[in-house]
Write a protein that binds this ligand. Structure first.
Ligand code: ADP
Ligand code: MG
Length: 659
């Protein structure tokens, strides 16, 4: 059978051009990529052999071999992994498979200088062979196929490749690179050894390099003392890498660089992780966990079902990716692996779901992850990066994980009135450390966005008492968690939006007496407002502590039985709840309220009352049921007050509003 010529997928041709012609700074990455593919193929076969040991019985020692031949200018990377059938080779080596390579292509800018830097960051896969080779030949045989079903694939990287069936004696894949003239140093074992050490030390399969070995001859009999025999020079495959899965090593013996490169290789990231934690637990229930926090959030982080973070190994054998069973959704940004001997090798996803071991592991990993985050929080700059990416996801834990709620509350960050910027950088511990002795509670205010929160009239009374208020404005998450905020460090959470705001000891007897007296003093004012507004409001009161605003809205505990948060959630879910009613709190010292009260004509007073009520609604809710009604009322009053020019204006409406 003669070889068939195929065209590469368009993206591949583009990638090949780039790889072949403009990337000179990081040539050696091709070796990392080919060894990593070999190791993947071995992992896959290792896994299949668990249920089908026959697949590897003729050659049970997994290995990757690298051999340079200066006579033919070739470098060969061989593995005894899963191999490929002809159809697989055509598909996998003719199109951009996935993961690393695809990400790389997406990030290409067309600017060659910039793009060539990318290559060191991304895995660029099989095609990186063409950085150093002008011809690549792949000889492969699938572990499930016969010798006659072997494959020969080859390409010079110029838009097409050839492939055909051929007889291949051994299972696995051999990549033969014909090295370009200016890349000949990759035929030197010294260079190869350096590159293998640099990139492949964490690969758990032995990587062997064909190299010169000096062997001493057995001492010949009767040989004189002190006279050395010449060492004999031979060539052999010698193991170069550590070949011990990184997580099985003692953490003391693993360098930061090792951890970082392992992370990037295993989780297809191209930037270093923020931090990691590596733990081995011995005894009856043995497991090792290695967990990382990435530097950046993936695009789909906010989707709760996007939880693909943890790889499962059983006794160092890779079992599955994306085992969401081991980490709660609110920690879905954590990447890592768990290796245990407490599960059977043939464990399935279904089995995992029901297993007690899974639950134990999940709880242990959750604790480790939270501890890792806590440790990170000691480093302000690093933690700011963490908060920017993951704070909102972590907050989900406040409602999801009641067992760890206290710890999670310690780790999440809020905006607050202490800072005048929007950044969420206040911890509850910071907040408590600033509390005056008399303050017993933690005050927070929940609003639709930051501006509404920071400008809420409900803050004024607390501000007047010097009380810091946490501003919860990230929606929808903050509305959701509000209903779960009960206590932290024995201190109650109190909503600043609540009527009869409990100021505890901050309010003394005198304050209370004064408050009651104020209500009495303004009985008539309250009565007139109640009559004017009728069923629009639940009640009218005189506020204490309001300084700048004429009025504000507060919620009573009995407000139709629904909290603002519950309403928000109901709205998100498309459920209509009965209209909500608020208590209007008036600031009798405000000029506008005074002016209203001075109006003897009840019908004109009603306009005033409505205006003040609508204003308060607007600053609390950000919207009005009927904005048109508000504008009409406002214009009518402006004209009456003489704020508008005497002569007929050409434009009424908006321009008169601005006057
Ligand atoms: P990726 O490794 O990100 O999938 P690559 O370009 O490195 O992308 O490899 C493409 C695909 O080719 C692999 O997914 C795999 O299916 C196949 N492949 C590459 N090298 C080997 C190998 N040594 N043995 C078996 N299959 C391989
Ligand atoms: Mg690859």
């Amino acid at each position: 059978m003669s070889a068939t010529v195929h065209g590469f997928q368009t993206e591949v041709t583009k990638l090949l051009n780039l790889l072949a012609h403009s990337l000179y700074s990081n040539k050696e990455v091709f070796l990392r990529e080919l060894i990593s593919n070999a190791s993947d193929a071995i992992d896959k076969l290792h896994f299949l052999s668990l249920t089908n040991p026959d697949l590897i019985k003729d050659d049970p020692q997994f290995k990757i071999r690298v051999r340079a031949d200066k006579d033919t200018n070739t470098l060969t990377i061989q593995d005894n992994g899963l191999g490929m059938t002809l159809a697989e080779a055509n598909a996998n080596l003719g199109t951009i498979a996935k993961s690393g390579t695809e990400e790389f292509v997406k990030n290409l800018s067309g600017d060659q200088a910039k793009d060539s830097q990318l290559i060191g960051q991304f895995g660029v896969g099989f095609y990186s062979s063409f950085i150093v080779a002008d011809q690549v030949t792949v000889i492969s045989r699938s572990a499930t196929a016969s010798a006659e079903e072997g494959v020969r694939w080859s390409s010079t990287g110029n838009g097409t490749f050839e492939s055909e069936n051929t007889t291949v004696a051994e299972r696995g894949t051999k990549i033969i690179l014909h090295i370009k003239d200016d890349c000949k140093d990759f035929l030197d074992t010294w260079t190869l050894r350096q590159a293998i050490n640099k990139y492949s030390d964490h690969i758990s399969t032995p990587v062997e390099l064909y190299d010169v070995v000096y062997e001493e001859d057995e001492k010949a009999e009767g040989q004189e003392e002190g006279k050395e025999s010449e060492p004999k020079q031979t060539h052999k495959f010698v193991q170069v890498n550590n070949a011990q899965a990184l997580w099985t090593r003692n953490p003391k013996d693993v360098s930061d660089e090792d951890y970082k490169s392992f992370y990037k290789h295993s989780f297809n990231d191209y930037v270093d992780p923020l931090t990691w934690t590596h733990n081995k637990v011995e005894g009856e229930f043995e497991y090792t966990s290695l967990l990382y926090i990435p530097s950046m959030a993936p695009m789909n982080l906010m989707m709760r079902d996007h939880n693909n973070s943890i790889k499962l190994y059983v006794q160092r054998v890779f079992i599955m990716d994306e085992s969401e069973q081991f980490i709660p959704a609110y920690l879905r940004f954590v990447r890592g692996l768990v290796d245990t001997n407490a599960l059977p090798l043939n464990v399935s996803r279904e089995l995992l779901q029901e297993s007690k071991v899974t639950r134990k592991l999940k709880s242990a990993i959750t604790k480790r992850a939270l501890n890792m985050i806590e440790k990170l929080s000691a480093d302000k700059d690093q933690y700011a990066k963490f908060v920017a990416s993951f704070n909102d996801v972590l907050k989900e834990g406040i409602s999801d994980d009641r067992d760890n709620q206290e710890k999670i509350l310690k780790l999440v960050r809020f905006a607050s009135t202490h800072d005048t910027n929007i950044v969420c950088n206040v911890s509850l511990d910071d907040y408590i450390s600033r509390m005056s002795e008399k303050q017993k509670n933690i005050y927070y205010l929940c609003a639709d966005d930051y501006d509404k929160a920071v400008n809420s009239p409900n803050l004024e009374r607390l501000k007047a008492k010097g009380i810091e208020v946490l501003l919860l404005w990230k929606q929808p998450i903050d509305s959701w968690i509000c209903s779960y905020l009960n206590e932290y460090q024995g201190k109650k959470f109190i909503s600043a939006n609540a009527a009869d705001l409990d100021l505890g000891d901050l309010e003394d007897e005198q304050d209370k007496a004064k408050r009651e007296q104020t209500q009495k003093e303004h009985e008539d004012l309250i009565k007139r407002f109640k009559e004017a507004l009728g069923s629009e409001v639940e009640d009218v009161k005189v506020a204490d502590g309001l300084s700048e605003s004429p009025a504000c809205l507060v919620q009573s505990a009995a407000n139709s039985g629904f909290s603002q948060q519950m309403r928000f959630i109901a709205k998100m879910q498309g459920t209509e709840l009965p209209a909500e009613k608020f208590i209007l709190e008036l600031n009798p010292a405000h000029a506008l309220v005074k002016q209203a009260y001075a109006e003897p004509n009840e019908s004109l007073f009603k306009d005033w009352a409505n205006l003040i009520f609508m204003q308060a609604t607007l600053s609390d809710q950000g919207t009005l049921k009927n904005p048109r009604e508000f504008v009409t009322l406002m214009n009518r009053m402006l004209l009456k007050s003489g704020a508008a020019p005497e002569t007929e204006p050409t434009h009424q409406g908006d321009s008169s509003l601005e006057a």
